[in-house]
Ligand binder design. Structure first.
Ligand SMILES: O=P(O)(O)OC[C@H]1O[C@H](O)[C@H](O)[C@@H](O)[C@@H]1O
Length: 282
């Protein structure tokens, strides 16, 4: 059954609400093609959007699902996390013939501005598919240049939690990680679920594809394809309080579980295409 589309404005930015016949909704801002909200039922918001987020051009929205492309973090010459989250994307409608069946498609193509930052011709597509109990977000990148290019990328998903002290992330027990909160120090597998006690910023290379977030009685299944790595982030109390678009205590309301390709950049030959997907399911 077709998704319905409702355009609206938030903080002066055009947004789209997709509504599933079963009652689920998801909101996407054209600024960064940033998913802002996912409600499997009208009273259950699954994503975190900071009340202090900026929605202005040239800034990144703090929350939802920021699209990180073509550079993760400070791993290259571009501004942190690249430019895709800072610029306006186009909404092309809901299409049937996408890699995921029926999904809303957002487009970002290279232009003078992007080429002044990153000198390649590319087409990026964000596919957002909404089911009764699931949200699937896919990032597709096409090399339209005459030269190969390499990029890193992520879907920087902010998952809303009710009680951070009780949250556990399962699935990464056996994977060593790079500890970004300690200057990238390598750390051995923890042999335990991830718990959030203070600042946590980790890159799990070649991580398992299926994770589970437990928050009291609530669970969320998180799967990815195409993305090799997983980044897990919570800023902790001190950093959250110092961030203008977050604020004191806001770290208690989310964890970021990011489908990412960070450790080994993706290289695309001219005409080649890459697809990375993150799927959230109740
Ligand atoms: O503040 P931002 O640029 O949005 O970055 C937010 C966070 O993103 C990722 O999770 C990185 O691993 C963190 O090191 C970073 O602090």
């Amino acid at each position: 059954m077709p998704l319905s589309i409702e355009p609206f404005d938030l903080h002066g930015r055009p947004c789209v609400r997709l509504r599933h016949p079963g009652g689920a909704t998801t909101d996407i801002s054209l600024h960064g093609a940033n998913v802002l909200s996912w409600k499997p039922t009208p009273s259950r918001e699954r994503l975190y959007l900071s009340p202090n987020a900026s929605h202005a051009p040239g800034t990144a929205i703090r929350g939802g699902v920021p699209v990180i492309f073509p550079q993760f973090g400070a791993r290259g010459p571009l501004a942190k996390h690249g430019f895709a989250r800072l610029v306006a994307w186009r909404f092309t409608g809901v299409h049937e013939a996408t890699p995921f069946g029926e999904s809303a498609v957002f487009e970002l193509d290279d232009d003078e501005h992007t080429r002044s930052l990153w000198p390649f011709r590319f087409g990026a597509r964000l596919h957002v598919a909404l089911a009764a109990d699931a949200l699937q977000v896919g990032l597709e990148v096409l090399n339209r240049d005459e030269a190969p290019f390499a990029f890193t990328a992520a879907l920087h998903t902010y998952l809303r939690v009710a009680k951070l002290s009780e949250v556990e992330l399962d699935g990464l027990e056996s994977t060593p990680y790079e500890d970004s909160a300690r200057n990238g120090t390598p750390a051995p597998a923890a042999n335990a679920p991830v718990r959030f006690e203070g600042e946590l910023d980790r890159i799990y290379a070649a991580a398992p594809r299926a994770l589970r977030l437990r928050d009291g009685a609530s669970t969320l299944n998180i799967e990815s394809e195409g993305f090799r790595d997983t980044v897990v982030w919570n800023p902790g109390a001190t950093l959250a309080a110092s961030m203008g678009d977050l604020g004191a205590g806001e770290h208690l309301r989310f964890v970021c579980v990011e489908a990412a390709t960070v450790m080994e950049p993706v290289t695309l030959a001219p005409g080649e295409r890459w697809l990375g997907v993150q799927r959230l399911r109740e």
